[in-house]
Write a protein that binds this ligand. Sequence first.
Ligand code: CP
Length: 344
Amino acid sequence: MQFTPNENDLISDQEWSIETINKVLDLGADIKKIPQKYYTALDRKSICLYFFNPSLRTRNSFEVGINQMGGHGVFVDSKTSWLGQDSESVKDTAAVLSRYFDLIAIRMFPNAVDWVPEKSNELLREFAKWSRVPVINMEDDMFHPCQALADAFTIKERTGKFKGTKITITWAYHPKPLPMAVPNSALLIATRLGMDVTFARPDENFDLPDLIMETAKDNAKKSGGKLTIATDMKGGCDGADFVYLKSWGAKKFYGDAQAEKKLRMKYRGEDGTAWQLTPDKMAAAKPTGKFMHCLPVRRNVEVADAVIDDEQRSIVYDEAENRLHVQKAIMKVLAEKGIKKQGK
Ligand code: CP
């Protein structure tokens, strides 16, 4: 895949202009402050919420957001559709659904496409090609743009700015290899917005896909931000305003958990805390530094209770809440576009 500007859908926010990203962040702030102003923003709009995988935050924040803006959300479980059973083409599914709905949001993790690299992202792009209405990525195997935009919103809410703000995006040990969508999107948006980014992972096996690493470097150069690579979690957290924790799989063993196990176990450490965010590692951040995680998280595996429950440090519930406000802004902006030129 490659990044080509596309503001008709939200497949990745790297494909949106900085102006549109800022418009959504500002609109999200106004929606959060004065929600009643937007009670009819989706009046008589129908939004398809098409899920191939489970969700707590994404499904519920979309459904509540649609309801609060006067629209109607329809939850579709892929198991109850023909596409989910390999019995209908992407083209026919997209063309038909986009005759009913004003927006179509899709979640499709790598396990829904047998961990074939970039396959679910390809499917979403094909879906968007045949859909007459905007398509929103609710997390595929490459990107989680709604999460990234909500996280950027949460940071701006605290600091009022991105430039000069220091964020550490760090890998954590988890017993299973997890998808890369969240770290990919987090790294891209942080570098794009000009933040001072440290990317911490145990070794180069845990680098993100080449396209993401190269684009992040390019983003930092263009935005006047910074991208530093660290191989030590505590050192990587040094002086951070925000520590953004996430686990992901080693790309060399993508989709093969058994083959990856030996490598992953090396970074568990004898007591399981080598790459766990413990209070001593978090202490390397600024005294005002905040802990971020998209959730769900494995407590006392990825992060110690003492960090996630530290009310001075942890802003994970703010991040989860802000999904609601930012997605309302995303839906409003995309719904106003109406029917796209492409599609059937
Ligand atoms: N962060 C996130 O997308 O959570 P869910 O998987 O619960 O939707």
